[in-house]
Design a protein around this ligand. Structure first.
Ligand code: NAP
Length: 289
């Protein structure tokens, strides 16, 4: 049987989707986690579990021993660069042949110096280029599953929508499309030779989203007027500062670019915001009914 693929972040939002898709394709999957019981609850006996922590080098080497491919994801934090470089280095030493990294959104990386999170991902990308191991970096735009849930909740509870990015448009991407692209790159004969900048198929504003929600809910949905950038004051930790910077960049229209990478790679259009919202309400109604 083929060597297992090591999935980091498998208990998180995106890693769960990647793991499920690999299992559907009858791949052997080993998941790297600080919480083996959570991984077991999610995936049962279908995965091998490698307990560990990015900060524990031995656990990384044990997890990577006997694997050929690594799906590399870790959360935004001050230690992202150190963690991901340690994982990539352990993969190279253990004989790994491919790394598929989830990077930051392209507009956080290019130009440099506008996002502490983007700069951290860029440092890892640069390091990977110096390793003799095939790799690809996926730069997804803002995820629907992260960015839209609060807006949907506001609409469901009868509140006006908060226009925290002003009138800026965003080419949100469904995390399921990111997972499809990641799995494609893990299983393809060769990976792409440059970073994959992936987005949804349209850029929408908060007013467009309010229109979609109004049609689904059959009632008007208001949008609170705001002026300029309204990045929330969240605190001064690394992640909070990173999120505040995302807000400023998005409000400046930096996340509005649409690319054709998803259809070109997967042969079908990316999932739409309208479909995401409609599915969300259908699932909610099914739960309630
Ligand atoms: N949201 C967006 O719009 C967006 C856009 C572009 C890029 N991204 C990138 O996506 C990534 C976040 O992905 P996500 O939202 O799927 O993550 P998430 O849901 O926050 O999950 C984090 C995962 O990382 C694992 N983890 C955390 N610390 C660890 C450690 N010390 N050792 C081992 N595992 C550890 C956790 O596993 P355990 O707890 O089980 O150990 C968990 O599975 C970030 O790198 C971010 O920059 C996000």
């Amino acid at each position: 049987m083929s060597a297992p693929i090591l999935v980091t972040g498998a208990t998180g939002r995106l890693g769960q989707l990647v793991t499920a898709r690999l299992l559907e394709q009858n791949q052997r999957v080993r998941v790297f986690t600080r919480r083996p019981e959570a991984a077991r609850a999610l995936f049962g006996a279908r995965v091998e579990i490698a307990p560990g922590d990015f900060a524990d080098r031995d656990s990384l080497h044990k997890a990577l021993a006997g694997t050929r491919k690594l799906f590399l994801l870790s959360p935004i934090s001050e230690s992202l660069v150190e963690e991901q470089i340690a994982a990539a280095g352990a993969a190279a030493i253990e004989g790994g042949s491919r790394i598929v990294k989830i990077s930051g959104s392209d507009w956080t990386i290019d130009p440099p110096g506008v996002s502490i999170s983007g700069d951290a991902h860029a440092a890892v990308e640069w390091h990977l280029r110096g390793l003799s191991i095939e790799h690809v970096c996926i730069r997804p735009n803002a995820w629907m599953q992260v960015a839209l849930l609060n807006t949907i909740r506001q609409a469901m509870t009868g509140q006006v929508l908060n226009a925290r990015h002003g009138t800026a448009r965003v080419a949100y991407i469904d995390a399921r499309d990111i997972a499809d692209v990641a799995v494609h790159q893990l299983l393809a004969p060769r990976v792409a030779d440059k970073p994959l900048i992936i987005t949804g198929n349209e850029a929408v504003s908060i007013r467009d989203i309010a229109g979609i929600l109004a049609r689904v809910l059959h009632r008007p949905i208001g949008v609170a007027e705001t002026s300029g950038s309204v990045a929330p004051l969240l605190g001064d930790g690394f992640e909070h500062r990173a999120v505040a910077q995302f807000g400023t960049l998005i409000a400046a229209g930096r996340a509005a670019t649409v690319t054709r990478v998803v259809p070109e790679l997967l042969g079908h259009a990316p999932r739409t915001v309208k479909a995401f919202i409609t599915e969300h309400f259908a699932a909610d109604a099914a739960l309630a009914g």
